[in-house]
Design a binder for this molecule. Structure first.
Ligand SMILES: [Ca+2]
Length: 299
């Protein structure tokens, strides 16, 4: 950063030593004034010598822009967790930044890392945090994380750990594969030859008697070895054998694990609920992968 050291008054011009490292200009031949101008985004300077003297120096330079304040979410729950509390840790590229936190689209309020929530309800929640620097500049892209509180997951094996029990593949085959965002294994679903529609369904149905006007919410992770497919996570309600309502959350697959937007189903009541992930317009060689599926009863 450029510095100016100026002394232009007094009775005589003092001698100067050898220039210090990085000195751009130094002179002791003239009294005068240094005129400094500060503008939006730049500054300039001009040394105006006393009459009869010739030394001058002037210039103009853009100000170094401040690095935009950014927020990093360093820790916190990922995916589905069997806990109704959550602790988030976060940081900023800007020293001495303050933070403001928001839960579930609520107002931002002052917070510090770690920031803890307790007594959270079942279902999906979204945490956001933004840093604010000492000049009051806010991070315009707050860090965010959506996770699922599933203290009581109605799916017995939504994590596909070590088996596919609790699921059956419809017009497809299902296999365990190693890895996935939750636990050690996940489910890969591949259509039978020539089948345009295929799915992985709960069996038995996780809810045998739905409660009228209660909201049930399904969430989970999705990816594909053959990305670009539309896959839907659905809750299907039957009274007897008649389907009375179907609630779906659909999205295009990528090769990365991503969360389904939750499917939130307002129950008709006195029915059974089934959860399934399905693909229509399948082509040969398709497959999709699932892990960490949850079905919860919202409060
Ligand atoms: Ca798993």
């Amino acid at each position: 950063m450029r510095q100016f050291i100026v002394g232009t008054g007094g009775t005589r011009l003092d001698s100067l030593g050898a220039p210090l490292a990085n000195t751009e200009v130094q002179n002791n031949t003239a009294f005068g004034v240094l005129q400094l101008g500060l503008h939006d985004g730049s500054y300039d300077w001009q040394f105006v010598p006393q009459p009869g003297k010739t030394f001058t120096d002037s210039g103009s330079t853009a100000c170094s822009p401040l690095a935009p304040v950014e927020t990093s979410l360093d820790g916190g729950p990922i995916g589905a967790v069997g806990s109704n509390s959550a602790s988030f840790t976060f940081s900023s590229n800007t020293p001495d930044a303050e933070f403001r936190c928001s839960l579930d689209d609520g107002p931002y309020s002052l917070c510090s890392s770690p920031h803890e929530y307790t007594g959270l309800s079942e279902g999906d929640h979204t945490f956001r945090v933004k840093a604010i620097d000492a000049a009051g500049n806010e991070d315009v892209t707050p860090a965010a994380r959506t996770w699922t509180v599933a203290v009581n997951n109605l799916l017995s094996n939504g994590r596909f750990e070590g088996s596919l029990s609790g699921w059956y593949p419809y017009k497809a085959t299902a296999a365990l594969a190693n890895g996935g965002p939750e636990g050690l294994t996940f489910a890969r679903v591949t259509p039978n030859a020539g089948e345009p529609i295929y799915s992985l369904n709960t069996a038995p149905r996780p809810v045998s008697s739905s409660e009228a006007s209660v909201r049930y919410q399904a969430s989970g992770w999705l990816r594909s070895e053959t990305p670009g497919q539309k896959v839907c996570l659905s809750i299907r309600e039957r009274v007897g054998t008649t389907v009375v309502k179907n609630t779906a959350s659909c999205q295009k697959t990528t090769s990365e694990w991503e969360r389904f937007a939750p499917a939130t189903h307002l129950a008709v009541g006195a029915g059974s609920l089934e959860v399934f992930a399905s693909r229509s317009n399948a082509v040969s060689g398709d497959s999709f992968d699932l892990d960490g599926l949850t079905l919860v009863r919202l409060p």
